[in-house]
Design a protein around this ligand. Structure first.
Ligand code: AMP
Length: 221
């Protein structure tokens, strides 16, 4: 199995795709957004400043993102596959990430460009609820992704919460930033022959997960 980097707009459903790879192939899921949110929970000065950046929908400073990421990657064992979710968000990050992955001997990866239409993304963002404990994701606007009991996690029973940046206003900023940078990132990985495209617009995930399965096994037609 190869390591996987997901490139996707906000709320493209990377969490669900990652859960599938975690369960089926024991991938480790590394989300830079989660690393930043964990740092914010420390509630020190740095954390408070990060909270403001996230709330505004802006990108966090590269030094901070890479510091958190390198710390996390250094704990990953060589025989464990991982998914990177949330990075790179700029061409500069893509190039820096390559250097870090090479230095850590993690160069064997593929990049999956997860495509979803904008109007679906908006609905996914505003309906998204996350478990405060195990971070499982739900969506109150899609039958298949609703929790069985209102506002409680199916897996661990803890309360669900809304991310502070999951509102229409912040989504607009995040989506515009994504569109601005995405073309260059895609081209960068296309030129390296590492890029696969996965359309994740459908609510029924069976075909999508089958295709993902084929991509990570690199048996795509
Ligand atoms: P996400 O959970 O991936 O949607 O990320 C939530 C927020 O965390 C983003 O809107 C950014 O403010 C910040 N963030 C996450 N990953 C990065 C990154 N690679 N570079 C800069 N900021 C990031």
């Amino acid at each position: 199995m190869k390591n996987v980097i997901f490139i996707a707009p906000p709320a493209a459903g990377k969490g669900t795709l990652s859960d599938f790879l975690k369960e089926k192939y024991q991938y480790e899921h590394i989300s830079t957004g989660d690393l930043i949110r964990d740092k914010i929970k420390q509630n020190d000065e740095e954390g408070q400043s990060l909270a403001k950046t996230i709330q505004a929908g802006h990108l966090v400073d590269d030094n901070m993102v890479f510091h958190l990421l390198e710390e996390k990657l250094s704990k990953i064992k060589q025989n464990k596959n991982f998914i990177l979710d949330g990075i790179p968000r700029t061409l500069q990050q893509a190039m820096k990430l390559d250097i870090i992955l090479r230095d850590l001997d993690f160069s064997d990866y593929i990049v999956i460009d997860v495509d979803v239409e904008e109007n679906i993304l908006k609905k996914r963002v505003t309906g998204r609820r996350i478990c405060s404990n195990c971070k499982s994701a739900y969506n109150i606007y899609f039958e298949k992704f609703k929790p069985q009991q209102e506002n409680l996690c199916d897996k661990c029973g803890h309360e669900l919460e809304m991310r502070s940046d999951d509102n229409e206003e912040t989504f607009k900023v995040r989506y515009e930033t994504f569109k601005k940078n995405n073309e260059q990132i895609i081209e960068y990985y296309q030129n390296q022959g590492k890029l696969y495209v996965l359309d994740n617009s459908q609510e029924d995930q069976t075909n999508i997960l089958n295709k993902l399965d084929r991509i990570v096994g690199a048996k795509v037609d």
